[in-house]
Design a protein around this ligand. Structure first.
Ligand SMILES: *[C@@H]1O[C@H](CO)[C@@H](O)[C@H](O)[C@H]1NC(C)=O
Ligand SMILES: *[C@@H]1O[C@H](CO)[C@@H](O)[C@H](O)[C@H]1NC(C)=O
Ligand SMILES: *[C@@H]1O[C@H](CO)[C@@H](O)[C@H](O)[C@H]1NC(C)=O
Ligand SMILES: *[C@@H]1O[C@H](CO)[C@@H](O)[C@H](O)[C@H]1NC(C)=O
Length: 453
């Protein structure tokens, strides 16, 4: 009858069964338990599970429930017993590698308003593809156990209270395509490896990231990239144009970017929405932007751009919304005025209303802009060591003694890092942080708000 009982009852804490799932580096490296050994989740011997993976999910979910300190909608109140597929917010489906069993394939606790943290045991949910917990009050950071989630495809942690450095554990998730960390309190720099990852959508807006945008940004195959409302500084990476084949929507507004725009912006042929407003960008709009055939919404307002707006830009067939107010433009082709929406206020346009004073324009425009002085590096970065690899599983046991490894090929030649240069002097006025950004980009504010599904 109780087939499992003899086995299970011989362990006072069944969690010992799972200790074999360890996160370890090289053989002989330090072995780290997936969960706190001092207070493990125990599986009561009377619980019977359809299969061992559901039993592991039980351990994960019980550990999570224990780490929750507030659940105002009582979402986790039915999280007990062996029928984990009936728990609120838990989705099961047939396992990909074994269609004869049901496993936990998703978690959806969106808008749960739950407070707590993520325990290491979440790494036991090895069959999940979707993990959606937007609009809760989870804090802390992602446990290393997340490295076990090798099928995870969509990770939505938006609108929570996660903090600390960028959670590098996500870089190692092989199937991850959709990463949404917006509206949290992550800080520091972004790892370069993030932009070499095969993601489809990346939302990092409204965190506390402070750094340059990695120079390899252009390697990213994403269709949507939102870095708005952080404190990214320095150059708009010159690799930007490389994203032409895949990039659809990019929002960099409300940061501290300070450089000219790359000349090959016109390569961004698939971009429909480009928002670089509320930065410190200088120079002219590159003429090549007139080739951004799919462009519909362009917002460059509140920068320090100057020169004449390229006529071809306003002739773009799909362009319907172009905001370029609060810059230092001196010329505007007539074609811009026939756009559905445009805003040209507070520039240096002759005979237009609501422009800057002549004095202000004269002072600003008397200083030539030298794009080279921003020293935006060419596409290849100087050599930096790769980030530490998080390889959770021990390597498979060797079947035969391994042959002597071939000699390591020499590391790539290190391009010397350019000397540290001092940034250009701060601009005379208009600190973006002093002004509240306008209500995001007009038609497309969905990328900026916490996701809702
Ligand atoms: C949640 O459960 C508590 C205790 O049973 C109850 O007082 C409260 O009204 C419940 N909240 C909701 C939103 O159902
Ligand atoms: C990108 O643009 C090209 C040229 O306009 C078009 O052929 C292609 O289908 C577009 N790709 C996507 C993914 O939109
Ligand atoms: C143009 O944008 C500014 C803010 O940058 C705003 O104050 C102004 O009302 C806008 N003008 C029009 C005509 O929309
Ligand atoms: C954008 O935001 C406004 C105000 O918050 C809202 O009314 C509108 O529906 C939003 N548009 C989209 C496309 O989400």
């Amino acid at each position: 009858m109780r087939i499992y009982q003899p086995i299970l009852s011989s362990f006072s804490t069944v969690v010992l069964l799972y200790i074999s799932v360890v996160t370890a580096g090289a053989p002989g490296g330090s072995r780290q338990l997936l969960f706190s050994p001092d207070n493990p989740i125990t599986v009561p011997p009377y619980l019977i599970f359809e299969n061992v993976r559901l039993e592991r999910a039980y351990v994960a979910l019980q550990a999570w429930k224990r780490a929750i300190i507030s659940d105002p909608w009582n979402l986790t109140s039915n999280w007990f017993g062996s029928r984990v597929c009936d728990y609120n917010g838990v989705v099961c489906s047939l396992s990909l590698d074994d269609p004869s069993i049901k496993t936990v394939s998703g978690v959806d606790l969106n808008h749960g308003d739950i407070a707590g943290h993520f325990p290491e045991e979440l790494g036991l949910l090895t069959d999940i593809a979707l993990f959606h917990v937007n609009s809760n009050r989870f804090c802390g950071t992602l446990p290393i156990g997340f490295s076990q989630l090798s099928l995870l495809f969509e990770l939505d942690l938006s609108n929570n209270r996660f903090a600390g450095k960028f959670p590098e554990v996500v870089i190692g998730l092989p199937k991850l395509k959709y990463l949404d960390l917006r509206y949290n309190e992550f800080e520091g720099a972004l790892p370069e490896s993030l932009f070499d990852k095969d993601l489809d959508a990346l939302f990092l807006n409204s965190n506390r990231f402070v750094s340059k945008i990695p120079v390899n940004m252009g390697n990213s195959p994403v269709s949507v990239l939102v870095l708005a409302s952080n404190r990214f500084e320095g150059c708009l990476p010159t690799s930007f144009g490389n994203m032409g084949k895949t990039l659809n929507e990019i929002i960099l507004m409300d940061n501290g970017l300070q450089s000219c725009l790359p000349n090959d912006m016109g390569l961004l042929q698939n971009v429909t929405v480009l928002d670089i407003s509320y930065n410190w960008l200088v120079g002219e709009l590159p003429e090549s932007m007139g080739k951004m055939e799919n462009l519909e919404v362009l917002n460059v307002e509140r920068n320090m751009l100057s020169g004449v707006i390229p006529e071809e830009l306003c002739l773009l067939e799909n362009l319907r919304d172009f905001r370029y107010g609060s810059n230092y433009f001196t010329g505007e082709p007539f074609t811009c005025r026939s756009l559905e929406n445009y805003n040209n206020t507070m520039n240096c346009l002759k005979d237009e209303r609501e422009q800057r004073s002549m004095m202000e324009c004269k002072v600003f425009l008397s200083r030539p802009i030298d794009c080279d002085s921003y020293k935006c590096s060419p596409v290849t970065p100087c050599y930096s060591p790769p980030p530490p690899q998080i390889s959770p599983l021990p390597p498979p046991p060797a079947l035969a003694p391994s042959p002597t490894p071939p000699p390591l090929s020499p590391p790539p030649p290190a391009r010397p890092c350019p000397p540290i240069y001092s940034p250009p002097p701060p601009p005379p006025q208009l600190p973006p942080s002093d002004q509240q950004p306008a209500a995001q980009s007009p038609q497309k504010n969905s990328s900026l708000s916490p996701s809702i599904n």
